[in-house]
Ligand binder design. Sequence first.
Ligand code: GTP
Ligand code: MG
Length: 202
Amino acid sequence: MKIFSVEFVKSCLAPDDYPEGDFPEIAFVGRSNVGKSSVINALLGQRRIARVSSTPGKTRLIYFFRVNKALHFVDLPGYGYARVPKDIKASWAPSIEYYLKQRRQLRGVVLLLDARHPPTDLDLQMKAWLEAAGIRFLVVITKIDKISQGDQRKTLEGHRAALGLSSTLLVFPFSAKTGAGKDLLWRSIERLLAHPSSRYSA
Ligand code: GTP
Ligand code: MG
């Protein structure tokens, strides 16, 4: 996709504060520090519109970005980071779940996994939950630049098998550092956007 405009819309947690309008949305989910904000920046050709940090747990709200005045990218808080204070953490899981379940504009989810680590129980739960909720999703293996060329195939296959995905489902290698995988991921996101929302087509 050719990007001609990117705007930060707002960050919030409460559903009443979600932006209004009918822009279709693609949400990015995954463990804290997996690289969600970095993938968003890379896809949008921005250096730091989404805040990136080496300290896990930085993205604590839901961030909405408007792309080409036509769609939203949604950066959700990362899950699974133990050192976040309990009360903050307790407000996230329901917030993420509420957004994913209720957001009429949601067209699909990008689920991110770190190339260097096997999926955690929380990743497996998220994948099962997305399937049960009937939400279309893509799996992106981030930080692929940290894996040697020769091991990349094995890594993708290992993650695919650990998630229990059928071989027909694509698992996308990606590097926010080198830009590897960007065009392929964009094409798949465009395919998600082309579908009407399966859950709210009434
Ligand atoms: P939270 O907001 O805390 O949930 O994290 P996040 O998932 O948004 O991760 P973020 O994009 O902030 O990246 C976390 C760290 O990983 C940062 O230090 C990034 O520079 C690094 N990182 C992200 N993507 C890549 C990548 O593709 N390659 C390499 N080498 N490092 C990456
Ligand atoms: Mg983030």
